[in-house]
Design a protein around this ligand. Structure first.
Ligand SMILES: *[C@@H]1O[C@H](CO)[C@@H](O)[C@H](O)[C@H]1NC(C)=O
Ligand SMILES: *[C@@H]1O[C@H](CO)[C@@H](O)[C@H](O)[C@H]1NC(C)=O
Ligand SMILES: *[C@@H]1O[C@H](CO)[C@@H](O)[C@H](O)[C@H]1NC(C)=O
Length: 512
């Protein structure tokens, strides 16, 4: 089963595999429990030292900088906004729908949207979705800990019925109930990308008999093609309008954004000490008050799953192979290819050094402010050092906020990801080093709002980075050429592609 390649494009989403654990091990093994090999944490050497030297010295022209920071022009689309409701009442509820969602925050987000759509298809009442604890991310936060439930219910009140809790007569329908035996109210055979008819034929009867249906697994269980347009628009409405984060996540996000934009502020930390943040000297105002959000998913899970060589030597190679064996027992398709083959196919996530070179080649320089949206970087600060050298004004949650401010999200991967989502949505430019769920979510949401988003051309970059004899100017030329039309230009959704990544044309209307 090749779950990771279901969307046509490349996708490094080992998290998807987590549903193998679903309902089998209530407490899935911690992926971070393996003792790190000491030499594994040796500072990785620069892999592209010649290019790197040039990148350090390069100075962008004013013209280049002004182009880079210029917001996207109107591309002829605007978000679809429903005509104000004619307050037609909702059809009588056919029963309760429960969905159990695995994956990280951004995968669960798609599941929530699909859950609303399925409830609509069935005229059912949706129970606020249950978020599974992911074996990699280990966050036990509930839907209500992450999303503003009142807003969610309110925005969707004319579309479907939603309840936070089941009424007493159905209180038995819990995750534990389904984990302990085969139950007739559980729907566990929903095929990947099932049609609306599949739900009508297979889930409606369950609702009719029992008044409730619990669908699990549910991730990626609703098709993107051949869906009624109302259902497509409802999915967009959930994703882009109904789902907002709880207020403490939004205010922390807002604080981070404002510290990125106006770095000359005097701030007061939790214990009352005043501090001044560094002033950024931007060239002739280009990029002043602006920032790039860089999503760097480069944790051990991802590094191991990609099966690529990241230049950390033998110790790193062995450590990643061992991790692969422990977690996926040889089921990783990528390990059938050589490092060279993987790079040629663009299947390797960019390292911090490589994403730095890409940004430099595009024209960003050492005055650019970067926000690093990242969970844990495999190899730690040593691996980030090259990127930081190119972009000394690189910030993250830790550098921008006090520990008191971060207290509510500390140790919570989903809440942390929510803050990164918020900041990234408010950045002038977004770029991701690997095409995973966060990348897809951002590409979709930012397209919907016509915000600049760099989609790295992974195949081109994979090939270019293997050529050790390339000069800086050839590299720069190749990158600029390879990134043409990948800087936020609208790409319409093709058959089988996700509506959440490509919301045009389903979620927008054409502007005259
Ligand atoms: C940026 O790079 C230029 C040219 O290499 C250098 O003169 C300058 O000191 C650098 N600025 C920072 C903040 O590192
Ligand atoms: C849902 O309600 C609508 C409007 O009342 C009705 O036309 C449709 O057949 C119902 N569908 C199901 C699956 O009950
Ligand atoms: C590497 O890049 C140079 C241009 O800088 C090019 O002439 C050469 O053919 C490339 N080598 C390979 C193996 O692609």
């Amino acid at each position: 089963m090749n779950l990771c390649r279901h969307h046509g494009g490349l996708s490094f989403t080992p998290i998807l595999l987590s549903f193998f654990f679903f309902f089998i091990t209530p407490f899935a093994p911690s992926c971070h429990a393996t003792t790190p090999v000491l030499s594994e944490s040796n500072a990785p050497k620069l892999r592209h030292s010649r290019l790197f030297k040039n990148a350090l010295q390069h100075q962008a022209s004013n013209e280049q900088l002004s182009d880079l920071w210029m917001p996207l022009s109107n591309q002829g689309w605007k978000p679809f906004v429903e005509p104000t409701s004619t307050s037609s009442s909702l059809p009588e509820s056919s029963g309760y729908i429960q969905v159990f969602l695995d994956g990280g925050l951004n995968q669960q987000r798609m599941g929530i949207c699909d859950g609303v759509a399925v409830a609509k298809i069935l005229n059912a009442t949706l129970v606020i979705p249950y978020l599974e604890v992911n074996p990699v991310w280990q966050d036990t936060s509930l839907f209500t800990d992450i999303f503003d439930v009142d807003h969610f219910v309110n925005v969707l009140k004319d579309d479907i019925l939603i309840v936070s809790e089941l009424p007493d007569e159905y209180a038995w329908s819990t995750r534990e109930y389904y984990a302990s035996a085969i139950r007739s109210t559980r729907v566990k055979n929903a095929p990947l990308h099932a049609s609306a008819n599949w739900y009508l034929e297979n889930v409606s009867p369950v609702l009719e008999s029992y008044g409730i249906a619990a669908i699990s697994p549910f991730s990626h269980r609703l098709a993107f093609d051949n869906m009624p347009i109302e259902i497509q628009r409802l999915r967009c409405k959930v994703n882009f309008e109904a789902l907002v984060f709880v207020s403490h996540v939004r205010s922390l996000g807002e604080a981070l954004v404002s510290r990125l934009r106006y770095p000359i502020v005097e701030s007061i930390d939790a214990v009352g000490t005043k501090y001044l943040r560094q002033v950024v000297d931007t060239k002739d105002g280009h990029g002043a008050g602006k920032f790039v959000s860089l999503h760097l998913r480069f944790d051990k899970d991802m590094a191991a799953h990609s099966a690529c060589d990241f230049g950390g030597g033998k110790a790193e190679k062995l450590a990643l192979a061992k991790y692969r064996q422990t977690i996926w027992q040889g089921r990783v398709m990528n390990s059938r290819f050589t490092n060279e083959e993987l790079r040629n196919q663009g299947r390797c996530p960019l390292t911090p050094e490589e994403i730095g070179l890409l940004l430099a080649a595009l024209g960003f320089d050492n005055t650019t402010r970067l926000y690093l949206a990242s969970h844990k970087v495999y190899g730690g600060e040593a691996r980030i050092a090259a990127l930081r050298q190119l972009f000394p004004y690189m910030e993250d949650k830790k550098s921008l906020a006090s520990s008191a401010e971060r207290a509510q999200i500390n140790g919570k991967a989903s809440l942390s990801a929510a803050v990164d989502y918020y900041v990234s949505m408010h950045s002038d430019i977004f770029i991701s080093a690997s095409p995973g769920n966060m990348h897809n979510a951002m590409v979709g949401h930012r397209t919907y709002l016509n915000l600049k988003t760099i989609r790295p051309n992974m195949v081109l970059l994979g090939q270019v980075f293997m050529n050790k004899s390339m000069s800086w100017s050839d590299f720069q030329e190749a990158v600029v050429e390879g990134q043409r039309n990948r800087l936020g230009e609208i790409k319409e959704r093709k058959s089988k592609q996700s509506i959440y990544t490509y919301p045009v044309p389903d979620c927008v209307c054409q502007q005259r």
